[in-house]
Design a protein around this ligand. Structure first.
Ligand code: SAH
Length: 213
């Protein structure tokens, strides 16, 4: 598990590409420059790690495109100490970005293979969420609710009501909603009963599925 100056150089370039595409949050760009994304990808494909593209990982899933990770993180407005629930651990790359920004992260994955793989891998490279959860993200994580932020990294066919209920007042839920393609949708909880909704453009995610496997 090596990280060389060549990799670091490629990451700097990637951060510049993301800045040009509209990522302004310097903390997010710093995290992109710091995290060795090539280690999240099968070693025979490390050349692909620093292109702004999604890429296949285990269990027919993908590591999200760097722009998407940066965009979602920027919209979340992560603050040091925020308690964040992430749905869709996958490779753990988005998790690492949130941890780099000082958040306390609870992350849920429904695929046992990925859950196992990533819960071993992330701590090995120094990223330790509060908890890796093997479970169904549609239910959220009631035990530790409410959360400052909730981020969904799979395409949800509809808005899971449990997630809205687990948000603090003032909290933000960011979720791509739709079947074939998704509209990135932000909900800000104004009061116990009121949510503000913002639609932030089209994206394409692997589907958010029910049931653990
Ligand atoms: N954040 C990840 C993105 C992985 S793709 C990364 O940076 O690599 C989306 C992930 O969501 C997949 O790993 C998929 O297995 C998972 N997923 C799909 N439906 C889910 C559900 N209902 N609950 C939890 N995870 C789910």
């Amino acid at each position: 598990m090596k990280d060389t100056s060549k990799h670091q150089g490629l990451r700097k370039q990637l951060a510049m590409v993301l800045a040009k595409k509209g990522i302004k949050d310097n903390n997010v760009l710093y995290a992109i420059k710091k995290i060795p994304r090539h280690l999240f990808i099968d070693s025979s494909f490390t050349d692909h790690a620093y292109q702004d593209k999604a890429f296949p990982i285990a269990a027919e899933q993908t590591i999200s495109q760097p722009y998407t990770v940066a965009f979602q993180t920027q919209i979340l407005q992560v603050k040091n100490g925020d308690k964040i629930l992430e749905i869709g651990t996958g490779s753990g790359y988005q998790t690492a970005v949130l941890l780099e920004l000082g958040a306390e992260v609870y992350t849920i994955e429904r695929q046992h293979e990925l859950f196992k793989k990533t819960s071993l891998f992330l701590p090995k490279i120094g990223y330790m969420p509060k908890k890796f959860i093997f479970g169904d993200g549609y239910k959220g994580f009631k035990e530790k609710a409410p959360f400052d932020k909730i981020i969904v990294t799979a395409g949800a066919p509809f808005l899971p009501k449990a997630l809205l209920a687990q948000l603090k007042i003032g909290g933000r839920l960011l979720i791509p909603i739709g079947s074939k393609t998704q509209i990135m949708t932000l909900f800000v909880r104004k009061t116990a009963k009121e949510f503000e909704k913002h639609e932030l453009g089209d994206f394409s995610f692997v589907p958010m599925l029910k049931k653990k496997i």
